[in-house]
Design a protein around this ligand. Structure first.
Ligand SMILES: [Zn+2]
Length: 257
């Protein structure tokens, strides 16, 4: 079996020039290191929607996803990716386009979001634009019909903007319930992603795709471990535990908790 059993999906947020305020954002200079790491180590990038044809993806495929569509992604992620002929998928909360991520607990210019013109430019240069709902509210806090509204209206707006179909979704805050899955299907999404870490299974539930979270301190060494272990926590104690479990497993010893 390959060391990299399946495509792996990473979740990014902001990519500011300055030190990030949010632990979910990655400074632009570190994102450039991620790009160099992918290039040097033979990783291919694909769009999130390419998972629909998962078997056609080469070994060592990484799918880069950006939630919320921060303005600093334009210079900090989109242009560097384009320069390196790489692709990524952006999940946009349509009510907040050209505005600010007002659901965050702090105010900062780092919360500013992409404009319609920028999103269209990215779409025209082969990036995928997916939905992150209209309002960025937690879907489980809404009734089924309100969830369907969020998913249909954001999809329609992005389809009008890009003049092409939008079939990918990311649940805000990674939160979903049974109604969310019904709403996603009803609204016509083929694929949706959560924030649960881990490998994709051979036949993953297309509305519950796992992603690995990238945090502000994730340099290329931590990135390398995340790609190897498909986990958010790749601290050395956890990694060592992984190896010792494998050794015990090979020796046929039962691991005690
Ligand atoms: Zn979000």
């Amino acid at each position: 079996m390959s060391r990299y059993p399946s495509p792996i999906v990473l979740m990014y947020h902001g990519t500011p020039k300055e030190t990030p305020i949010s632990r979910y954002s990655l400074q632009a200079r570190l994102f450039k290191k991620h790009i160099q790491y992918f290039k040097k180590n033979g990783w291919h990038t694909a769009l999130f929607r390419d998972l629909l044809d998962i078997k056609s993806l080469p070994e060592k495929t990484v799918i880069l996803t950006f939630d919320d569509g921060y303005l600093d992604n334009y210079l900090g992620a989109y242009l560097p990716l384009l320069e390196n002929q790489m692709k990524a998928t952006w999940f946009i909360a349509t009510k907040h386009i050209s505005n600010s991520a007002n659901w965050l607990p702090f105010r900062s210019p780092q919360n500013d979001l992409l404009s319609h013109v920028q999103i269209l430019d990215m779409h025209r240069n082969q990036m995928e634009i997916g939905s992150h709902t209209c309002s960025h509210r937690e879907l489980p806090s809404l009734h089924l019909n309100a969830q369907i509204d969020e998913l249909i209206h954001s999809k329609k707006l992005l389809e009008t903007l890009t003049n092409s179909s939008v079939t990918s979704l990311a649940y805000p805050f990674g939160r979903y319930n049974t109604d969310s899955l019904i709403a996603a299907r009803e609204a016509g999404y083929n694929l949706a992603c959560t924030t649960q870490p881990g490998w994709l299974h051979l036949e993953p539930n297309p509305l519950l795709i796992r992603r690995i979270t990238i945090f502000s301190g994730d340099d290329d060494k931590i990135l390398a471990r995340k790609l190897s272990f498909a986990d958010n926590d790749v601290s050395w104690p956890k990694v060592m535990r992984y190896y010792s479990d494998r050794v015990l497993d090979r020796l046929g010893l039962v691991k005690s908790e």
